[in-house]
Design a binder for this molecule. Structure first.
Ligand SMILES: [Zn+2]
Length: 262
């Protein structure tokens, strides 16, 4: 029997893949097997000038709670206070529940990213934003002797790349390289859920919709910014169509395999 592998891709955008499947050959191969649909970012930030905050969204995806309940609106307290910590999250992450063996690395709900049962094998005290390095550690974990039912890891470098390289040369090559690495980690019998927390658009469209604020353009010099169209690519029978449904999709899939989380 295969494993259940969940790959998060920060900010990978639905329309950029959908419109370019004729040139994105690795995405074509991946989505031929794991059908691609739009994952709508239906959770909005009431406490930040940017509406789709990754800390908030990954926390919702892996706790099943909305930010009013789990309390994470961003990586920092307020706009620029101290970094939030595990004890600030007023909810249980799915891997903290009993019933399934989780192996979790590099989930950017907090800084440093969260991990579970992989200390000593891979870095757990820092962000690993570079694709080859991230993928190398994923391979190391998947080939380690640690037994698991569910593997979870999130690639985060796609967010920074898109903020600064929206529409630039090599944009689609970057996208396809992400899919190429995912394919390396997926076995013939695995069940797979690939999700992103939000999509991207050009900075002016984002500003026009009030999805971010002016300093994103002037101070950060963003050429791209967050938009509410993420992706879902999966073979799961109960497919999430919104960020708020991802946790339920994980729980339902485990239940279909006879695993009930407590
Ligand atoms: Zn971002």
């Amino acid at each position: 029997m295969g494993k259940f592998k969940i790959f998060g891709l920060d900010g990978i955008s639905y329309f950029e893949i959908k419109k370019n499947l004729d040139v994105l050959r690795y995405w074509k191969r991946l989505t031929d097997r794991f059908q691609l649909t739009l994952l709508w970012t239906d959770v909005e930030n009431k406490h930040r000038p940017w509406k789709f905050d990754s800390a908030m969204l990954w926390t919702t995806m892996f706790t099943g709670k909305l930010p009013d309940e789990h309390g994470i609106w961003g990586y920092k307290e307020g706009i620029d206070g101290r970094f939030m910590r595990r004890e600030d999250v007023k909810a249980t992450f799915v891997w903290e529940r009993s019933g399934a063996k989780f192996l979790v690395w590099h989930v950017p709900a907090l800084v440093p990213p969260l991990s579970w049962r992989c200390e000593g094998l891979v870095p757990t005290d820092r962000v690993v934003p570079e694709l080859e390095e991230w993928s190398g550690y994923v391979g190391k974990l998947l080939n380690s002797p640690i037994d698991y039912d569910v593997f979870i890891s999130v690639f985060t470098g796609s967010d920074h790349f898109q903020h600064h390289n929206w529409g630039a040369d090599g944009f689609l090559d970057f996208y396809d390289n992400v899919a190429r690495h995912l394919l390396k980690h997926i076995g013939e019998h695995d069940d797979v859920l690939v999700v992103s927390d939000h999509g991207f658009t050009d900075i002016d469209t984002s500003l026009a919709h009030m999805w971010t604020w002016e300093p994103s353009k002037r101070v950060n010099r963003d050429t791209g910014h967050h938009a509410p169209w993420g992706i879902c690519a999966t073979n799961l029978r109960w497919r999430p169509f919104k960020v708020s449904e991802v946790h339920e999709a994980i729980v339902r899939h485990l239940a279909s395999r006879g695993i009930v989380l407590k």
